[in-house]
Structure formats: structure tokens, C-alpha cells
Write a protein that binds this ligand. Structure first.
Ligand code: NAP
Ligand code: GLV
Length: 308
């Protein structure tokens, strides 16, 4: 029996080494260097080449190498009986809380503008809206969104949150799926931490930007396909949005010729909001691998109907 690591974008060697450091007897292989397709029972995948999974007749479980599973949900070579799991890890959550807090503060304190002014040796104070008259609204109150909302509260923000089912979180005004309009009308700083599903694709659109309280800001740290790119450019041009911080894009790496690169009102990071640590995830994979072998319930299972 072997564990197969598959990705077309990530170097998987540190993940294989971290697994072998935990148990030297494991049989861990990296696609396409495998000894036998029949021996693969457990796969770990990130941005994999689509259509591969039907090649492994004894595959039982596929774990995403990250929190998101859209790359697996969209791959229709995964047989019905194969379980999908994902990463839920304190380190991943902590990084996201830090990233969102940093990005939101950078936006509302005009840090990009000051960097620009420094490059021109220009001393100029930008007018700004005080933090206590802005409200941060987190879309998605799951493993990452809930902790992020709590972190923002502890940083002195007024915070609201939106999720499919209504949540109760101390200090956070919460809204359920059908209350989207009320949530938006109560939000200045929109923070997307939703999973990418057929319902959430293109959710960050002009219609949504128009409903935000002004001044309005956008942070997308979820998936590029949540955002309608041309709507963002229009909203920035029309001053419906002051600034957007984007960590994720429809096409990654973001192509050199993409209009986002040259916009002063857009801050770009290369999908680094929260990065899976090989050592942290190796423990989770090994635990679930053992659970699979002993037919125990797996941790962090994904509901394939819900798509997350
Ligand atoms: P999660 O635990 O599955 O939480 C998802 C949240 O979104 C839940 O609160 C869920 O509502 C809500 N939701 C789902 N569909 C919805 C809908 N149609 N309307 C309203 N709310 C909806 O996910 P997570 O672990 O927090 O991760 C979220 C996403 O972050 C991942 O899927 C991934 O794409 C992204 N991510 C990005 C990075 C990065 O580096 N940029 C790193 C890690 C993760 P319920 O609670 O009611 O189910
Ligand atoms: C990163 O984007 C993740 O889903 O973990």
C-alpha cells in the first residue's frame, strides 16, 4: 500500500520527507514516479493534473494539501466511493488571522500610498476614515473565517460575518445565507474566506460592491474565481471601492500583462495568505492514513454534495 503525492505546481519533496521522518516504513511516492498504480490507496493532492484518479483501482481517500478542495471537487475522475479530506490546522488558521489583520490595516492606513510616496520622496498626509467608523465583514465563518473574525474583534474592529448557516460568535454580528443584502449594507471592509463552490463562484461582483457601506474595501484571500475581475476594475474606477487586496487569482501565477499589476488601488500577494507547513500537515495525513487502515472515521471529511 502506498501514499501518493500529486501536484503540478508544488515541490512535494518536503512533504514526502516530513512523512518519512514520522514513519520510515511508509511507502510514499511522488507522481509520476510510482512503482505500481494498484498499490495506491491514499493520495494527497494540490493543483493536480485533472483526470488521474481513475487510474488507481484501490484508491480510498484523497486529502487536499490545503484547506480548499475546489481542485478535487472539480476533478470528475474521482470515483464516488473515494473519501475527500482537507487540512484544518492551527498553523494555517493563525497565518490567515495574521494576514487578514495585516491586509486590512494596510488598506485602511493607506500603506501602499505611503510606499509610493516614499519612492518619490514625497511627504504628504492622506485623509483617512477612523477605524471605529468602519465595519469589517467576513464572508465564510468556517475554520478560518470564525477565528479571523474573532482576531479582528480583538484588534478593535467592529465585525460582522456571513455564512450559510447562522453562527453565534461573541462580539460579531452574524448573518445567514439569505441575509446577504443586510450583511453587505452593514459592511465597509469585505473579506472573502468562502470555499469556492458552484454557489460562491463570481460572488464578488459589481452588485455586491454597490451594496457595501462607503468607504468600501475588498480583501480576497479565498479563491480567484470568487471575483469578477472586470467588475473590480470598474468599481475601483468609479470609487465604489477605495482599495482591493488580492492574494488569489483566476490564473496563478498572475500573467505579466494582467491589468491588476499596474493599479495603485490594488495590492497583490502571490497566494501566500496561509501556506501549508509540511511538518504540520504530515501529522494530519499520517493520522488519517492510519484511520483509513483501521477503518475509523476520517478527520476533516469533505461533503462532496456541499462542495466544501
Ligand atoms: P470551511 O471551514 O469549510 O468554511 C467555509 C465557510 O463558508 C462556512 O462558514 C460556510 O457556511 C460558508 N459558506 C459556504 N458556502 C456558502 C454560501 N453559499 N453562502 C454563505 N456561506 C457559505 O473553510 P475554511 O477552512 O475556513 O477555508 C475557506 C477557504 O479559504 C478555503 O476553501 C480556501 O479556498 C481558502 N484558503 C485560502 C488560503 C490562501 O492562502 N489564500 C489558505 C487557506 C484557505 P457554514 O458554516 O454554514 O457551512
Ligand atoms: C490554500 O489556498 C489552501 O486552500 O490551503
Amino acid at each position: 500500500m502506498s501514499i501518493l503525492l500529486i501536484s503540478k505546481t508544488k515541490d512535494l519533496t518536503p512533504f514526502r520527507d516530513a512523512l518519512l521522518a514520522l514513519d520510515n516504513n511508509l511507502d510514499v511516492e511522488i507522481w509520476p514516479d510510482i512503482s505500481s498504480k494498484e498499490r495506491v490507496t491514499y493520495a494527497v493532492a494540490w493543483n493536480q493534473q485533472n483526470g488521474l484518479f481513475s487510474l488507481f483501482p484501490n484508491l480510498n481517500v484523497i486529502s487536499s494539501l490545503g484547506a480548499g478542495v475546489d481542485h478535487l471537487i472539480q476533478d470528475n475522475s474521482i470515483p464516488e466511493h473515494v473519501e475527500i479530506t482537507r487540512v484544518v490546522a492551527p498553523g494555517l488558521t493563525e497565518q490567515m488571522c495574521d494576514f487578514v489583520t495585516m491586509s486590512v490595516l494596510n488598506m485602511i492606513r493607506d500603506v501602499k500610498q505611503y510606499h509610493l510616496q516614499q519612492s518619490q520622496a514625497r511627504w504628504n498626509v492622506v485623509n483617512r476614515t477612523p477605524k471605529n467608523s468602519l465595519k469589517a465583514g467576513v464572508m465564510g465563518l468556517g475554520e478560518l473565517g470564525e477565528r479571523t473574525a474573532i482576531r479582528l474583534v480583538s484588534n478593535g474592529f467592529r465585525v460582522s460575518g456571513w455564512s450559510r448557516t447562522k453562527k453565534s460568535i461573541d462580539g460579531v454580528t452574524t448573518y445567514s445565507e439569505e441575509e446577504l443584502d443586510r450583511f453587505l449594507a452593514d459592511t465597509n471592509i469585505l473579506i472573502c474566506l468562502l470555499p469556492l463552490t458552484s454557489e460562491t463562484t463570481d460572488i464578488l461582483s459589481l452588485k455586491v460592491f454597490k451594496q457595501l457601506k462607503k468607504p468600501a474595501f475588498l480583501l480576497n484571500a479565498a479563491r480567484g474565481e470568487h471575483l469578477v475581475e472586470e467588475d473590480l476594475l470598474y468599481a475601483l474606477d468609479m470609487n465604489l471601492l477605495e482599495h482591493a487586496a488580492l492574494d488569489v487569482f483566476k490564473n496563478e501565477p498572475l500573467p505579466d500583462s494582467h491589468p491588476f499589476w499596474s493599479r495603485e488601488k490594488i495590492t497583490i500577494t502571490p497566494h501566500i495568505a496561509s501556506v501549508t507547513d509540511p511538518h504540520e500537515i504530515a501529522n494530519l495525513i499520517l493520522d488519517n492514513y492510519k484511520r483509513m487502515l483501521s477503518r475509523q472515521e476520517l478527520n476533516n471529511r469533505v461533503d462532496r454534495q456541499k462542495e466544501y
